[in-house]
Ligand binder design. Structure first.
Ligand SMILES: *Cc1c(COP(=O)(O)O)cnc(C)c1O
Length: 497
């Protein structure tokens, strides 16, 4: 930093507004130039090189000024980032982002609103509430409520927290104490549900075996009859069903649990069992004009997780927990004299959140809806689902590949197994092929295990990708796998790992 420079000039205010505009403008210009020319999803830099580059930065040294700092960031971070917009990125549930949301992100970072109490956020609180109401309406909750969260993990945690408090309160009516109830609580969910359900159970102080896995069908979806039996077993053991978690779009297969039949089972119970629908992935169906029916029954849930940063093409983070009845959020509230005293007529989102200071992520979705419309967003999600359907069709005709499982959404699970290759060889190829593609940076695919066997997985969340783009990735998998198999380098590769 030049000696004449006062560090206080770096605070964003009236005096620095012009420099702010130039600085952020130059960052955006650089990024635009990079995005125009990115040739593969990742540079392929080795972890050792990246670690050395990170370690080499002197964080205790004198300030270098914005220009140097940002040039360093470009070189270190931007250059080596993983680009989700690249058509050869097809690994995890990451989406490319839409322009209005990125523009809104720049606004909310600079204004730096915290959506906790009304007096810190004013209209932002009202806008977030409108969007919560909008999402609840799409779900089919007439008087729903909710709050934006950092992601599906937090949404699931909060949903299960509210479910736990509801059952503890019910037990208290018959004189049973929290400490008596907690060890008896069970959460029932399918084998393909997200691991955050297990993490939440642990965080909530439930027993180690509190999460009961319910049998699934050939597509990985909860079998309603098995759920029925599992509930009966919990009761026969003298335990209590705290919640049933259904998944609308499993992380692996993109399959939607049969929500109506599951809701029938939950509602059939005395006092009704808390049904939570984890729609972190499948929430895009809420705006789909062709597939909304897959969510039929979601309106009978008591709470729903939606990840706008997955199927609404929003920048991380943007997620929400939506509940059917506003009163279900009450256990989260804690009143502090300096913040939100009990006798407070103002709408304070902090009363509904596990967080206190909280980003105004809702602005991104707001801007997106106003820019492209709900139907426009739905069209984007439909495109990736249509793309996956086309790829599934092509794979069914391809003699080198085996399609492992169908999907309701946009995942593709497959194996490279040409005629004559043993299952064992096909299975062994999966990890090194994924690894070699990652190391090259040319294509990103991932792997998972279905019915005990490893397989490749593509998560197609790029509405701008074409079938030809996906074939580029598939052909890379094919050629790397064929080479490994033919040259029999697999054994040495495995030994080296
Ligand atoms: C991604 C995902 C989550 C976790 O959401 P984060 O936003 O990553 O915290 C939860 N459930 C399902 C089904 C998911 O796909």
């Amino acid at each position: 930093m030049p000696a004449s420079h006062d560090v206080v000039d770096e605070v964003l205010n009236a005096a620095s507004a012009d420099r702010y505009a130039r600085l952020v403008g130059s960052v955006v210009d650089d990024l635009a130039a990079r995005i125009r020319t990115v040739e593969q999803p990742f540079t392929g830099a080795s972890r050792a090189d990246l670690q050395a580059a990170v370690d080499a930065v002197d964080l205790d040294g004198p300030g270098q000024g914005n220009e140097t700092a940002l040039a360093e960031v470009t070189d270190l971070y931007v250059r080596n980032a993983v680009w989700f917009h690249h058509p050869s990125y097809a690994a995890h549930l990451n989406c490319p982002v839409v322009l209005p949301a990125v523009a809104a992100e720049a606004a909310l970072a600079a204004v730096n609103t915290s959506v906790d109490t009304y007096d810190q956020s004013t209209v932002a609180t009202l806008m977030e509430r409108r969007l919560v109401g909008w999402t609840a309406g799409r779900i089919g909750f007439d008087d729903g409520d909710g709050v934006f969260t950092s992601g599906g993990t937090q949404s699931n945690l909060q949903a299960l927290f509210c479910a736990r408090e509801a059952i503890v309160a019910r037990a208290a009516e018959t004189g049973r104490r929290r400490t008596e109830v907690l060890p008896r609580l069970k959460v029932l969910t399918g084998a393909s549900s997200h691991f955050s359900v297990n993490t939440a159970a642990r965080l909530l102080g439930l027993d180690d075996d509190a999460v009961v896995t319910v049998d699934v069908d050939a597509l990985g979806r909860v079998r309603p009859a098995a759920l029925r039996r599992a509930i009966d077993q919990v009761h026969a053991d003298g335990h209590l069903v705290m919640a049933v978690v259904a998944t609308a779009g499993t992380t692996d297969r993109g399959c939607v649990d049969p929500l109506q039949a599951i809701a029938d089972v939950c509602h059939g119970e005395d006092g009704a069992i808390w049904l939570h629908v984890d729609a972190a992935y499948g929430c895009g169906l809420l705006v789909s004009s062709t597939r909304r029916h897959l969510l039929d029954g979601i309106e009978r849930a008591r709470s729903v997780t939606v990840d706008y940063h997955k199927s609404f093409f929003q920048p991380v983070s943007a997620s929400a927990l939506i509940v059917r009845e506003a009163s279900d959020l009450a256990p989260v509230a804690w009143y502090a004299d300096y913040l939100n005293p009990v006798a407070n007529a103002e709408p304070n989102q902090v009363d509904k959140s596990l967080q206190t200071t909280r980003r105004f992520d809702a602005l991104k979705l707001w801007t997106t809806l106003r820019s492209v419309g709900a139907d426009g967003l739905g069209e984007l999600f439909d495109r990736v689902c249509d793309l996956a359907a086309d790829v599934h069709r092509d794979l069914a005709d391809d003699t080198d590949f085996d399609l492992v499982a169908p999907t309701d959404l946009s995942t593709v699970l497959f194996r490279y197994q040409p005629a004559g290759m043993t299952d064992a060889d096909a299975d062994r190829l999966v990890p090194p092929v994924r690894r070699l593609l990652f190391d090259s940076g040319r294509a990103m695919v991932t792997k998972t295990v279905v019915e005990g066997r490893p397989c490749f997985k593509l998560t197609l969340l790029n509405p701008a990708s074409t079938v030809a783009d996906v074939h580029v990735v598939l052909d890379l998998v094919r050629s790397v796998a064929a080479t490994l198999h033919q040259t029999r380098t697999l054994d040495s590769l495995e030994m080296a790992r």
